[in-house]
Design a binder for this molecule. Structure first.
Ligand SMILES: Nc1nc2c(ncn2[C@@H]2O[C@H](COP(=O)(O)OP(=O)(O)OP(=O)(O)O)[C@@H](O)[C@H]2O)c(=O)[nH]1
Ligand SMILES: [Mg+2]
Length: 295
């Protein structure tokens, strides 16, 4: 029977063996005349020996937070949901050595030697963002049991390459410093607005030109809040690292006279959440494996 689609009849099949694909062994791989369009795909291979960072950020989360009644300035449920999604990304994808998150953003650092998807930037970025976004919807109800998800949230993503360990540390320090600056501002701003009775415009005016010390002073003298006692997750953000844990497992051993259970020691790596300083030396001294060459 003739096919109604003229295009199909005109398709020129190149009858030559172009290789065997597992599961397809024995079948010729046909190439159509359209195959050339593949050459238009840009080469986005990440430079060798560089740390690959993917940062994602919630789209229009100012509005999203309002519409889902996030508490101000920090909503534990929202932050913990972000951390759960980041954990899913670390567990499901390959070669992520450390992740750092705050507010509606998360950064994932892939090993500089990673050869995942031949280091294609678009693969890194799209896998991270899609895994994170689907996790956000999937785990939503575990954190917001009384608040339905009103519409699908979106996240943007970008890839940044850092050629040196110092550059990578400075990048993470930059994000943590940003967390500190924003959180201190937001803590005073919402204290002035929610407890101090100022309008948002008045609170903004009050804070114009103030330094860190001034903000700490307002919090302490007017609201009896010692900023240093605020939860670490708010002040430092969240760091995800791999940690080795020893465990005892039961293994069945087959013997000629039957089988017996034996306890064996084994080491497993799991994702651990930390809310600590990553700007100073201490963290990096305690976790030398993160920057190790053979990681
Ligand atoms: N109330 C509340 N709001 C939060 C919380 N975490 C994030 N947000 C909101 O999310 C925003 C994140 O900032 P941005 O990423 O710069 O702003 P955005 O609205 O997401 O805009 P784009 O990222 O440019 O799309 C903050 O300004 C807050 O409005 C939270 O724990 N509580
Ligand atoms: Mg955002």
């Amino acid at each position: 029977m003739l096919c109604g689609c003229g295009l199909l009849q005109k398709t020129i099949l190149v009858r030559r063996w172009v290789g065997r694909v597992s599961g397809n062994a024995g079948r010729a791989m046909a190439k159509s005349k359209f195959e050339y369009v593949r050459q238009f795909e840009a080469d986005d291979t990440c430079l060798q020996n560089c740390w690959i960072v993917v940062r994602l950020d919630g789209r229009n989360f100012h509005k999203f937070a309002e519409q889902h009644y996030f508490t101000k300035p920090n909503d534990d449920r929202a932050l913990q949901l972000m951390n759960r999604c980041a954990q899913s990304v670390m567990l499901e994808l390959e070669d992520i050595t450390i992740a750092y998150g705050q507010s509606d953003e998360y950064s994932f650092v892939f090993n500089k030697k990673s050869n995942w998807f031949k280091r294609r930037a678009s693969k890194f970025m799209t896998h991270v963002v899609s895994q994170f976004a689907t996790s956000y919807v999937f785990y939503w109800k575990d954190y917001f049991s009384d608040q339905p998800l009103l519409y699908p949230p979106g996240f943007d993503g970008r890839v940044i390459l850092y050629p040196s360990n110092q550059n990578l540390r400075d990048y993470l320090s930059w994000r943590q410093a940003d967390c500190h600056i924003n959180n201190l501002y937001n803590t005073v701003f919402w204290a002035l607005a929610l407890q101090g009775g100022l309008t948002k415009v008045q609170a903004q005016e009050r804070l114009r030109g103030t330094l860190s010390a001034d903000k700490n002073e307002i919090l302490f003298s007017e609201f009896n809040i010692n900023y240093n006692n605020e939860p670490l997750m708010y002040r430092k953000g969240t760091v995800l690292v791999w940690q080795k844990v020893n465990e005892i497992a039961t293994k069945q051993i087959n013997l000629s006279e039957g089988s017996e259970d034996k306890e064996v020691k084994r080491t497993r790596s799991e994702v651990t959440l930390l809310h600590c300083d990553i700007i100073g030396q201490q963290f990096w001294k305690e976790h030398p494996e993160i920057l190790a060459d053979d990681n």
